[in-house]
Design a protein around this ligand. Structure first.
Ligand code: ASP
Length: 439
């Protein structure tokens, strides 16, 4: 069995954290392929090395002196190297980086050095081989990740290796220049490596013990999700729950490889398993709750709307013409409501309303603002009767007015619209009814 292990920035922020990571890897010889992030924050006031690199390169681009900033970045790595008593030539590495900065190697190159240098140190610390991600992770001319080429080259290269450290976050373009994924992209590299070696599990080590059922800023000490499916995760992530980069799901999902989110600071915790499908029931009927504030509802009314063919299309055309995507579309007999993001919509609202009048000739168009959407997600809901009844009685008890209900056709989620001001209370009420009282 082989495991691919990715460690996030806070797991690698200092020599002390590196030691924890070293223990985790050494205690299981199946953990053979390691994907490190750049050093993250050591405490809440600290700055991530990636952010330091971006700021440093801003100076390069502005033609200003960047010596001090680059030395501060070097100091982060020296602390790790010296704390671990490693023999690594950081002077040489930073000399190359300085030269490349002067030659304007690009922002992506700059940012990628965070992972590259951490990979170098990790390889020296573990005694594992080092592979520069630029040699095995590829993007095409348009900067789009080239999955096919990458898989071919990477799987061939790793096949004969006992172990390796492959830095996360970056790869190369056809002309050899470095290109990064979007922020948090080391998760994607981990997933790509997991696919390339057909691993049995992709372990993603971070500073929390997995996904929580609800946002800990709203619910005190929420319970952890033990097992979640990729689909459930997509629904929750879309509604704002985040632990893992969204794009990290695709490479492993295709291969049916599960992801195990683990906590570097608490390795005995089994974390959360993200799987394709499972017969394991979740502990509660719901798997998770997530939500977002800041939506507007555009309510459109027209007598006999139900019998007018093409009415919905004309209304949506008004949004399309103004390049506004809609979130939800609940409708009644003579009414139709379009939920949109308030910040996207606010500058264009009058243009959209005028277009609705021009295209669909409604009786009234009315806008309601400051709404929130809450997604209650759970594979268990499909087989359980009365889930929505429970949600709505919990909300009624909490004196919360429900503005919209939308049950996705997959039956694994129910979306509820409430006023922004009721958002937190609504989440608490739903959490209580399913998790605290386990109804
Ligand atoms: N270091 C990069 C970032 O801060 C990538 C990562 O950590 O995954 O976004």
């Amino acid at each position: 069995m082989v495991k691919v292990v990715k460690f996030g920035g806070s797991s690698l922020a200092s020599a002390k954290q590196f030691e924890k990571v070293g223990r985790i890897i050494r205690e299981d010889d199946e953990r053979r392929f390691v994907v490190p992030s750049a050093p993250g924050k050591r405490d809440s006031k600290d700055t991530k090395v990636t952010d330091m690199l971006y700021a440093c390169y801003d100076l390069v681009e502005a033609g200003q002196d960047f010596t001090k900033q680059l030395s501060a970045i070097k100091a982060r790595y020296e602390e790790i190297r010296d704390g671990l008593k490693l023999d690594a030539d950081l002077d040489g590495e930073f000399e190359i980086i300085r030269k490349n900065f002067e030659e304007k190697a690009g922002r992506d190159y700059a940012a990628s050095r965070g992972e590259y240098l951490n990979g170098r140190l990790m390889s020296a610390y573990l005694g594992f081989a080092f592979i520069d991600a630029a040699e095995v992770i590829f993007f095409d001319e348009d900067g789009v990740f080239d999955a096919e080429k990458t898989h071919k080259v990477l799987s061939k290269r790793l096949k004969t290796m006992d172990n390796a450290v492959i830095p996360g976050f970056y790869g190369s373009l056809p002309d050899g220049r470095v290109k990064t994924f979007s922020r948090g992209g080391s998760d994607i590299t981990g997933s790509i490596v997991a696919k390339a070696v057909h691993t049995d599990v992709y372990e993603n080590w971070t500073d929390v013990s997995g996904f929580l059922i609800a946002d800990p800023r709203i619910i005190q000490n929420p319970q952890k999700i033990e097992v979640i499916t990729y689909r459930e995760l997509r629904e929750l992530a879309y509604m704002g729950a985040s632990v893992l980069h969204e794009d990290a799901i695709f490479p492993v999902r295709q291969e049916g490889i599960p992801i195990n989110i683990r906590n570097t600071n608490d390795p005995s915790d089994s974390g959360t398993w993200i799987v394709g499908s499972t017969c394991q029931k979740s502990k509660y009927i719901i798997t998770g709750i997530a939500g977002k504030k800041g939506f507007c509802a555009v309510n459109i009314e027209k007598d006999m709307m139900n019998s007018e063919i093409g009415f919905g299309r004309k209304v949506l055309q008004a949004f399309e013409e103004n390049e506004i995507s809609f979130e939800h579309l609940p409708s009644g007999i003579d009414t139709m409501t379009v939920f949109v993001h308030q910040d996207e919509f606010v500058h264009k609202e009058q243009k959209v309303v005028a277009a609705i009048h021009r295209l669909a000739n409604p009786d009234t168009v009315d806008i309601e603002s400051d709404l929130a959407l809450i997604a209650v997600v759970g594979r268990g809901m499909r087989a359980t009767r009365g889930t929505s009844g429970r949600i709505f009685s919990a909300l009624a008890h909490a004196h919360i007015n429900v503005k919209m209900i939308d049950q996705g056709s997959s039956e694994i989620n129910i979306i509820i619209g409430v006023a922004n001001a009721d958002f937190e209370n609504a989440i608490r009420a739903i959490y209580d009814i399913f998790v605290e009282t386990r109804l």
